[in-house]
Design a protein around this ligand. Structure first.
Ligand code: PLP
Length: 465
C-alpha cells in the first residue's frame, strides 16, 4: 500500500453504511430498483446508494452519519449549495401562506420576469419537470409550424419524452427506432437522430426532410454524455439552418441554464455571437431545488399556446407558489460573484483531478463548458470527445473504482462515468480540500482497475437524473 493509497484517518473512522444498506433493502421491496430515478442506483458502479438524511452547504450527511462533499448537487439545481438560509426563509414564508391554490400567484409573475430579463425569451410558461418542458416545446413547435418531424442528437438527453427516447435509424437521415421498450415505433417514426457536432449530418437531414422538420432540439451544451461542448459556431449554425428551412431551433438549457454561466450556455455563445433560439427549455437551477421547470421563447411562437392560441398545454402544479418562490430566491442570489466562485472551485478540482490521473498513468480527458465539467477516462490521443460515439469509449470499469475510492474518502461523485460534476458557491476551501485529498488514491484505484481488467469500455452513456 502506497501512502496515497492508505485510507485517511477520517475514512478509517467513518461510521459504516449499515443504515443505507437496510433502507435499500426495504426500498427494493417496494420500488423498482430501490430508487425513483435510475441513475441514483449504483448499477453503473456497483454497490449500494447512500440514503441522505440532510444536506447543508456543500455537504451531504447520510443516515449513518457519514459526511460527503456533494459533487452531484441534485444533478444541477443546487447552485447555491444546500439549505441556503435566504432560500429557506423565502420558502418557509411561502409555505406558511399555503402550498398550492390552482390560481395565478405573484411569485410566478416575478420569476417569469426574472427569466425574461436574463434569458433569450420573450414569454415563458412554467411546468413541473424538464421532461414536461421539452415535451411541451416540441408540441408547440409542431403546432406552430404545422410540421411533424423532430431532429435530435445522439447522446443528448431531454427527459423521458417518448419521441426523444430514440436511437438512430440504420443510416444518416433515416428515421429513429425506440430507445427503450415501451416506446412504440410510431412515437419515434418522426424523429431523426444525428451525431452531435456533425454539420454535414445536419445539412443532409435538412436537405432530405427540410420541409417536414418542425424543430431541432439540442442540449445547449450536452452534459448527459459527459460534458461535450458544441464546437465553436455549432449552435449558431443550427439556429441558422433551422431559420433557413422554416423550422424552430429549441435550445434545451434544463441543465446548463443559470448553471454553465449566469446566462446559461447561451451566455457563452449566442449572447456573444448575436443569435437567439426560437424556444428554450429550463429546469434545475430555476426551481431552487423544487419541481419547477419552464419553456419559453419568441412571443409570436408562444402566442400559439392555450389559452391565447390553439396548442393545448396545462398542469395542476405548474408555477406552484412554493417552487417559484424557491426559484426566484435562487436566481436573485445567483450573481456574477456566485458564478465566479463556482467557476474557481470547478477549475481547482478539474485541474487536480487531471493531475492525479496523469500521475497514476490513467489516460483521461477533462472537458468543460462554463462552470460545468466532466472527466472522461478515455485516451486523449484519440482526440476530444465530440459526440456520443466518442463518449462511449470511456473506461467504465476504471471509473467505478475511482468513484468508490472517492466515496470512501467522503466525496459523492455522480455514480456514472457519463455525467457532469456539479459544484456550488458553498464549495469552500474545506470542501475543495477534501476532494483534492481524495483524488490521488482514487486515481491509483482507477489505474489498478485498468491493469486488472484491461482498458474497459463503455456501457450506455444515457443521462437521467
Ligand atoms: C438537458 C436536460 N433536459 C431535460 C431533462 C429532464 O429534466 P427532468 O429530469 O426534470 O424531467 C434533463 C434532466 O437531467 C436534462 O439534463
Amino acid at each position: 500500500m502506497t501512502p496515497a493509497d492508505a485510507p485517511s484517518a477520517a475514512a478509517a473512522a467513518r461510521p459504516g453504511t449499515a443504515g443505507s444498506a437496510a433502507l435499500f433493502e426495504r426500498a427494493v421491496a417496494v420500488t423498482p430498483g430501490g430508487v425513483n430515478s435510475p441513475v441514483r442506483a449504483f448499477n453503473a458502479v456497483g454497490g449500494t446508494p447512500r440514503f441522505i438524511r440532510s444536506a447543508r452547504g456543500a455537504w451531504l450527511t447520510d443516515v449513518d452519519g457519514n459526511e460527503y462533499v456533494d459533487l452531484i448537487c441534485s444533478w444541477g439545481p443546487m447552485l447555491l449549495g444546500h439549505a441556503h438560509p435566504e432560500v429557506q426563509a423565502a420558502v418557509a414564508d411561502a409555505v406558511a401562506r399555503g402550498t398550492s391554490y390552482g390560481t395565478p400567484t405573484p411569485p410566478e409573475v416575478e420569476l417569469a420576469e426574472e427569466i425574461v430579463a436574463r434569458a433569450p425569451v420573450e414569454r415563458v410558461r412554467f411546468v413541473s419537470s424538464g421532461t414536461e418542458a421539452t415535451m411541451s416545446a416540441i408540441r408547440l413547435a409542431r403546432g406552430f409550424t404545422g410540421r411533424d418531424v423532430v431532429v435530435k442528437f445522439a447522446g443528448c438527453y431531454h427527459g423521458h419524452v417518448d419521441s426523444l427516447l430514440a436511437a438512430a435509424g440504420s443510416g444518416l437521415a433515416t428515421f429513429a427506432v425506440p430507445g427503450t421498450p415501451g416506446v412504440p415505433e410510431s412515437s419515434t417514426a418522426l424523429t431523426l437522430v444525428l451525431p452531435y457536432n456533425d454539420r454535414a449530418a445536419v445539412e443532409q437531414a435538412f436537405a432530405e426532410h427540410g420541409d417536414r422538420i418542425a424543430c431541432l432540439i439540442t442540449e445547449a451544451a450536452p452534459g448527459n454524455m459527459g460534458v461535450v461542448p458544441p464546437e465553436p459556431g455549432f449552435n449558431a449554425f443550427l439556429a441558422q439552418t433551422c431559420a433557413r428551412h422554416g423550422a424552430l431551433f429549441i435550445s434545451d438549457e434544463v441543465m446548463t441554464g443559470f448553471r454553465a454561466s449566469r446566462l446559461g450556455q447561451w451566455g457563452l455563445d449566442g449572447a456573444l455571437e448575436g443569435w437567439r433560439p426560437d424556444l428554450v427549455t429550463f429546469g434545475k437551477v430555476m426551481g431552487g431545488g423544487f419541481p419547477a421547470a419552464a419553456f419559453g421563447g419568441r412571443a409570436d411562437v408562444m402566442h400559439h399556446l392555450a389559452p391565447e392560441g390553439p396548442v393545448y398545454q396545462a398542469g395542476t402544479l405548474s408555477g406552484n407558489p412554493v417552487a417559484t418562490t424557491a426559484g426566484l430566491a435562487t436566481l436573485r442570489l445567483a450573481t456574477d460573484e456566485v458564478y465566479a466562485t463556482v467557476g474557481a472551485a470547478a477549475t481547482t478540482i478539474r485541474t487536480a483531478a487531471s493531475a492525479a490521473l496523469a500521475e497514476a498513468g490513467v489516460p483521461h480527458l477533462v472537458q468543460s463548458t462554463g462552470t460545468m465539467f466532466s472527466v472522461f477516462l478515455t485516451d486523449p490521443a484519440d482526440g476530444p470527445v465530440r459526440d456520443f460515439a466518442d463518449a462511449s469509449r470511456t473506461d467504465t470499469i476504471a471509473y467505478a473504482a475511482f468513484f468508490h475510492a472517492m466515496l470512501d474518502r467522503g466525496v459523492y461523485l455522480p455514480p456514472s462515468a457519463y455525467e457532469a460534476w456539479f459544484l456550488s458557491s458553498a464549495h469552500d476551501d474545506r470542501a475543495v480540500e477534501t476532494v483534492l485529498d481524495a483524488l490521488p488514491a482514487a486515481a491509483l484505484a482507477a489505474a489498478r482497475a485498468r491493469d486488472e481488467a484491461g482498458s474497459g469500455a463503455g456501457s450506455d452513456p444515457r443521462g437521467d437524473a
